[in-house]
Ligand binder design. Structure first.
Ligand code: TRH
Length: 387
């Protein structure tokens, strides 16, 4: 049988931007690099528009960057077997429309049906990756596909030319300066440049206090508009809109526009330290190869704390122990985990001291992850092997 040509990716936006962030990136890469006719079904086009400006939130059907985008309606009408994809990806157990599943079952050759799972560095992921789950009634099999940090998982989303583009950009100070200017930012000489993307419950006021009083050089913290607006407004003493800034002692906080995914990558490549959250920005910060602090998406019963530590144990395993302790303590405090001191001033002082070493290991960490293979490539390889 010839390699399947059409791929349908279903995305339900639960909250925030991670679901669509991952799906949009994957859809684009599968279309660009693997020559598949990709259709992205998404139930919230406004979320897509936030990270991909050319998308039109009013259209039921459109084509952007080589991907067909279709609104996933609340009432999914009848669908015929030939309208289903050769490969069907259900992102994050989003539950395909029953009519679509029935149509899949009526195809002459059943589609390859994959459930793409959330990212976790926990050890059990390797054992569950690629497991098959036959449908209880229909002649269909769903496979669970896990992104991850080891060779025994599906790897991470990584576009073919991303690391080369990053290297070029990071070696070009003028390009970085120009980029900052497009965001309305005038670089400050000798400043530590920080990007801040976090959930509203992060200890932002404590962080700003620490950066203000406990920094040995100026700090310029860039916050995309809409991120933790209440805390940012409190610091600025005026609404947190793009272009607004305020300075207290060493710290200047500046609100920048919420940019599309490609520009967000460049922001991460430019900054000396990136605060990221959730799943997709967390991965992009690792490709940026700069020191980063991750705020994990909170889950019930502290499940996220186990995930946080699973990642930290990988990431910090090969780092000098004092540097690992500084980073680990800061990450715990930022995530409200009671594992060490919650004194943000001293945690920040230690992290600031560790930044040069963390910056040094960034490129090797990214290179090591890229050696596990990339998620889109692993998916296509997996589908090929099933056929
Ligand atoms: O928005 P998030 O908190 O998403 C979360 C997580 O995915 C979490 O696991 C999931 O359960 C929950 O959503 C429902 O963070 P994340 O994953 O980093 O997604 C943000 C996206 O927004 C990412 O694709 C990067 C993008 N982005 C931009 O394009 N421009 C920007 O200026 C910023 C700040 C982000």
């Amino acid at each position: 049988m010839a390699f399947p040509e059409t791929l349908h990716l279903f995305c339900r936006v639960v909250d925030n931007l991670g679901d669509i962030g991952v799906c949009w990136r994957l859809a684009r890469q599968l279309a660009h690099e693997h020559d598949l006719a990709v259709t992205l079904w998404v139930d919230d086009l406004h979320a897509l528009k936030k990270i991909c400006a050319p998308a039109d939130a009013t259209l039921d059907l459109q084509r952007v960057s080589g991907v067909t985008i279709r609104r996933w309606p609340v009432h999914f009408g009848p669908v015929s077997p030939h309208e289903t994809g050769d490969i069907v990806i259900e992102a994050f157990a989003c539950d395909l429309p029953p009519a679509y599943i029935e149509a899949m079952a009526k195809r002459e050759v059943a589609p390859v049906w994959i459930n793409l799972e959330y990212l976790s560095a926990e050890a059990w992921v390797e054992g569950c990756h690629a497991l098959a789950s036959p449908h209880p009634k229909l002649p269909l099999v769903k496979h669970f596909f896990f992104p991850g940090f080891t060779k025994k998982t599906g790897g991470l989303i990584l576009e073919r030319d991303l690391l080369a583009c990053r290297d070029l950009f990071q070696s070009d100070k003028a390009a970085q300066r120009e980029f900052l200017i497009t965001l309305g930012v005038q670089p400050i000489d000798n400043a530590l440049l920080i990007s801040l993307f976090c959930y509203p419950h992060a200890p932002i006021a404590q962080l700003f206090d620490a950066l203000s009083v406990n920094s040995s050089r100026p700090v310029l913290c860039l916050v995309p508009q809409g991120v933790a607006s209440e805390a940012i407004t409190a610091f600025l003493q005026q609404p947190a809109e793009a272009g607004v800034s305020a300075t207290r002692e060493h710290l200047t906080v500046r609100v920048i526009p919420f940019v599309g995914q490609d520009a967000y990558d460049r922001l991460l490549w430019t900054c000396d330290l990136n605060f990221v959250r959730g799943e997709d920005s967390f991965v992009r910060a690792q490709w940026a190869a700069r020191p980063f602090v991750w705020q994990i998406y909170p889950q019930q019963d502290g499940a996220h704390e186990v995930k946080l530590d699973a990642f930290l144990s990988h990431y910090l395993a090969t780092i000098r122990s004092d540097v690992a302790a500084s980073a680990g303590n800061f990450w715990h405090a930022w995530n409200g985990v009671q594992a060490g001191s919650s004194d943000m001033r001293s945690n920040w002082a230690h992290l600031a001291d560790a930044l040069p070493e963390l910056a040094e290991i960034g490129p090797d960490w990214a290179k090591g992850l890229s050696a596990n293979g990339d998620l889109a490539g692993s998916l296509v390889g997996f589908v090929r092997a099933l056929r």
